[in-house]
Design a protein around this ligand. Structure first.
Ligand SMILES: [Zn+2]
Length: 458
């Protein structure tokens, strides 16, 4: 499922943002399949840079603009427009390597003088990083960021200097070599962008504005590729397939009309039929979408994301039993995905009618608790957990469930960066939770962070 959420930080951000932006909002995209691919592609590059892949947050932003940036801490942001523009996994690996070069070079914190020239977009970018704390599982970043709006703006991300671009490129080439990935994709992508240097400044893509592109950069990369023994090496076939699936998904979800024009039901290429199925679903033709998805499942019975799509289409069309079976299968195939576990938990809750209530709410709790373990700061997971515990409180004698529901709402507030509310809910939850139990301890942590921040802002 390609789920989008608008950051709740928007009200906070509005002052910095051009009106058009503010109206649109910042839309983060969460998708288990695309995230899994980008993480898999990035992991060897991060390791080459001596960065623990687990510690990097990758966030996707829905925008037709071509841009990528890094922000405070280990946060890399990719615009969907950029992902759509890449042709091969090597192209995208080159971009990841370059952004990682900025992280490794510490090109993140800049002086006040340069701050003055920061575009609204750049300041916005830092705020997004704060929002990403909510995604990544770094509560302190999320909470800390909200408290210190002014400091956030000061630590703002800015467009890079030419010297930093050169340094990020040379680091990127080193990382790619170490990871055994040809830099040909990096060269190809830079060349693709190079045409823009002829355009007036305001018509260039954001990526070219924030990462100044010069002939020099292209020459350096070209020479490196020419001399590289692995220049013609292609990444393993699964990466090509994942890249295709990513592009198919973005096409289907974000440009369904284009997808419908470009594909047919009989297309021999499963990725193209995947894009078509999504586009049919997006344009209200669920039956035709489901027929295509069933065909895809037949061809790739172990692909969790085909089942996920089937679950989503079925769910949105009120076919709860089919949705439930599809999500159960998706989770069985990929239990380590927090997003899939969360979706299954959600469908279980939604389908927990009188006849199935106890059984399904209990099963939902299993999935949602696992989702929260895998990704502790996803607000929706906590929202669903609050609902599940709340329902359990209604029939169970045990008072703990009401306190647990309150605790889950505290976590949700914290994950959204709302420290004050988190603290208030956490102290209420602590009254009902068993003293010293794991959730009590966690509620206490939330309260302490909230108290500390309250003091700092006084
Ligand atoms: Zn750059």
């Amino acid at each position: 499922m390609l789920r989008r959420w608008r950051t709740l930080l928007l009200c906070f951000v509005v002052g910095f943002v051009p009106a058009a932006r503010a109206d649109e909002g910042v839309v983060f995209v969460r998708d288990a399949e695309i995230e899994a691919y980008v993480h898999a592609l990035a992991a060897p590059i991060y390791r080459a840079a001596d960065i623990d892949p687990q510690s990097v947050t990758i966030a996707l932003i829905q925008s037709n603009e071509i841009n990528a940036f890094v922000a405070e801490g280990l946060n890399e942001f990719f615009y969907t427009g950029l992902l759509e523009k890449t042709k091969t996994p090597e192209d995208l690996a080159g971009i990841i390597a370059h952004e990682t070069g900025h992280i490794a070079g510490g090109h993140l914190i800049r002086g006040k003088e340069e701050m003055k020239n920061a575009s609204a977009e750049a300041i916005f970018a830092t705020l997004l990083a704060v929002a990403a704390g909510a995604v990544s599982g770094n509560t302190n970043l999320a909470l800390g960021g909200i408290a210190g709006g002014a400091q956030v703006a000061e630590r703002s991300f800015l467009s890079f200097s030419r010297a930093q671009e050169a340094s990020a490129d040379s680091a990127a080439l080193r990382f790619l070599d170490t990871a055994g990935i040809s830099a040909k994709g990096m060269e190809a992508f830079l060349k693709q962008l190079a045409g823009q240097e002829l355009l007036p400044q305001d018509r260039r893509d954001a990526y070219v504005r924030t990462h100044p592109l010069t002939q020099d950069r292209i020459d350096v990369v070209r020479r490196h590729v020419e001399a590289s023994p692995i220049r013609d090496k292609k990444m393993a076939a699964p990466f090509y397939k994942m890249h295709e699936r990513m592009k198919a998904k973005l096409l289907g979800f974000l440009h369904p009309q284009v997808a419908l024009l470009r594909t047919t039901d009989q297309d021999p290429d499963p990725s193209r039929r995947y894009a078509r199925a999504i586009a049919l679903y997006k344009t209200g033709k669920a039956d035709r979408a489901l027929r295509l998805i069933d065909g895809l499942i037949k061809e790739e019975p172990d692909n969790p994301f085909f089942y996920e799509l089937k679950g989503q289409v079925s769910f949105d069309n009120g076919r709860m039993d089919e949705a439930l079976r599809a999500y159960e299968k998706a989770v069985k195939l990929l239990p380590s995905s927090a997003l899939l576990q969360q979706a299954l938990g959600h469908v279980l809750l939604e389908s927990a009618d009188k006849a199935h209530e106890k059984d399904r709410v209990d099963k939902a709790l299993v999935s949602l608790i696992e989702a929260a373990r895998l990704e502790p700061h996803e607000p929706m997971t906590w929202r669903f957990l609050a609902s599940a515990w709340g329902r359990k409180a209604a029939w169970a004698v045990d008072n703990d469930y009401q306190a647990l529901a309150t605790y889950a709402l505290a976590e949700e507030a914290a994950a959204q960066g709302n420290a004050k509310t988190a603290g208030r809910l956490a102290s209420r939850a602590m009254e009902g939770l068993r003293r010293g139990s794991p959730y009590w301890l966690r509620a206490q942590d939330l309260k302490l962070v909230s108290d500390r921040m309250g003091k700092e802002s006084e």
